[in-house]
Design a binder for this molecule. Structure first.
Ligand SMILES: [Fe+2]
Length: 208
């Protein structure tokens, strides 16, 4: 993925997010969300359930292990216009830091109550909402990875591989090789805490 240097500060990004009701010519320029690689655990397919609640699987005897969280956000273009019908493919490790993927060498257990994948589309106002559990951290060839949620975002003309990090893990994020590689744009990959295990994260795509 090409790294695009941006001219906007995190403060400007936050101000833009707060002014989210503005669209069209009044919209505020947004900092484009930093992109990452697909990574080794990109889903081989979207089998079974792919709805927006990863914590419940039909037929499973229990809800997913771990702390249930809710993540809300919008998909925007760089001018702040909401993108209707953008597709988000989502995948993440379970509570134990294990991916449901044949290439994951982890010895940690799978969780039959955890869905692992989601495919959702944004509404008319560009909004999306995900119910999941906070992923576990895991060891990898490039060091320990802090909790993160992968997304493959597909807008009208832009596709972007993204990773969302958690604001309470600032120290672990700062030690993470991939987070460091995002440079000054790394803060665009960190969600905002809304309290009560809820987070918000707006995704800004370069060309919408
Ligand atoms: Fe990952």
């Amino acid at each position: 993925m090409t790294l695009i240097k941006h001219r906007f500060s995190r403060r400007g990004f936050a101000a833009g997010a707060m002014a989210g009701a503005l669209v069209g010519p009044q919209a505020l320029a947004q900092a484009v969300t930093a992109t990452s690689d697909m990574g080794p655990f990109y889903p081989l397919g979207y089998r079974g359930e792919t709805d927006a609640d990863l914590t419940r699987v039909a037929g499973a005897s229990a809800r997913a292990e771990g702390q249930v969280i809710e993540v809300v956000g919008r998909v925007l273009d760089k001018l702040g216009n909401p993108l209707r019908g953008a597709q988000l493919d989502i995948w993440q490790a379970n509570h134990h830091g294990r991916y449901d993927h044949p290439q994951d060498p982890a010895v940690m257990p799978l969780d039959p109550g955890f869905q692992g994948f989601a495919r959702i589309n944004t509404g008319a106002d560009g909004s999306w909402k995900l119910t999941t559990i906070k992923p576990g951290s895991y060891d990898s060839p490039i060091g320990n990875r802090p909790p993160h949620i992968h997304m493959d975002a597909l807008g009208g003309t832009t596709r972007a591989m993204l990773q969302m990090y958690f604001p309470e893990d600032a120290e672990a994020n700062a030690r993470d090789t991939l987070y460091q590689s995002l440079g000054e744009r790394a803060p665009t990959s960190v969600a905002s805490a809304l309290g009560d295990h809820r987070y918000s994260w707006d995704i800004v795509l370069l060309e919408g």
